[in-house]
Design a protein. Structure first.
Length: 140
């Protein structure tokens, strides 16, 4: 079981891990040992996550969210299979923790009087510069 917060925990049956060969350093050993981990969390079907959290998680996951509602994390940072597995689980927990906090509602504000005056003054100055760009009368 992966504990996310005091109320939410992800059960082991919701997570599947597959070990694949990693790229990068490792010499001849890299061709023999499957150290990279591909963690798959069936987020859309998860009973441990509330609906709004799933929606926020989907938005946070981006390309890592599949069409069938699974979240896939790939980790091949270290040469150790156990450490990569640990990192993947930490990343999943961190992503779910981010999804737990609802976004702050934006409070619309109005521009200050000073900023309005500065904007209009800048527009006026720009207009005067453009007004000087006219056809030159050859008679003068």
């Amino acid at each position: 079981m992966l504990r996310i917060s005091d109320k939410i925990a992800v059960e082991d049956w919701e997570i599947t891990e597959q070990f694949v060969r990693a790229s990068g350093p490792g010499g001849q050993n890299v061709n023999k040992v499957a150290t990279a981990v591909e963690l798959r969390f069936e987020a859309a079907n998860s009973p441990s996550l509330p609906g709004p959290v799933k929606n926020r998680l989907k938005r946070l996951a981006g390309r890592r969210w599949t069409n069938d509602g699974a979240l896939i994390l790939q980790v091949d940072e270290t040469r150790s299979q156990a450490r990569n597995r640990e990192i993947a689980r930490e990343r999943l927990a961190e992503l779910i923790r981010k999804a737990l906090t609802p976004p702050k509602k934006r409070i619309p504000t109005r521009p200050t009087l000073g900023s309005k005056k500065r904007r209009l003054k800048a527009k006026k100055a720009r207009g005067e510069v453009k007004a000087l760009r006219g056809k030159v009368d050859p008679r003068e």
